[in-house]
Design a binder for this molecule. Structure first.
Ligand code: SF4
Length: 138
């Protein structure tokens, strides 16, 4: 089972192989590929640092415990009608995105994220809405 915090439910659809370090990217790509190839994978929603945060580089500021990141997690879970402790498959998470989320939500809930301006996260949400699932990362 993969433990994920709220905002990573949005980051994964927009993931294109960019990240904070080589180790971070390798880990994220491996989980992204698992969810893409096996959407029946179980996911548990957790509060705070998760399986992806584990590989956040320990040089510089550790942003995974920042108050505004927790606030983003909570805002995204609320929008998706999910809560900490929920256990569901990645496919169920895609269903929640389809029911409750618009690509423009990224503009508001992710306002302070440095990756937002690339536009890939909005594209990723749109692809989930279109039933395409997670895109292939090469
Ligand atoms: S804008 Fe940042 S926090 Fe929001 S989905 Fe993209 S990478 Fe994740």
């Amino acid at each position: 089972m993969l433990k994920l915090r709220g905002h990573h439910l949005f980051c994964l659809p927009g993931y294109r192989g960019m990240g904070y370090s080589k180790e971070y990217v390798e880990n994220m790509t491996a989980w992204h590929q698992t969810l893409r190839n096996h959407p029946e994978t179980w996911v548990q929603i957790v509060n705070g640092p998760d399986k992806l945060c584990e590989k956040y580089p320990n040089s510089g500021e550790y942003h995974c415990e920042n108050e505004n990141i927790y606030a983003r997690d909570a805002a995204i879970l609320k929008k998706m009608n999910l809560k900490v402790g929920d256990i569901l498959t990645w496919k169920d998470i895609e269903d929640h995105i389809q029911k409750h989320i618009n690509p423009s939500d990224i503009l508001h809930v992710c306002e302070t994220c440095s990756w937002r301006s690339y536009g890939v996260c909005q594209e990723g949400i749109q692809e989930i809405l279109d039933g395409k699932g997670l895109r292939e990362v090469k």
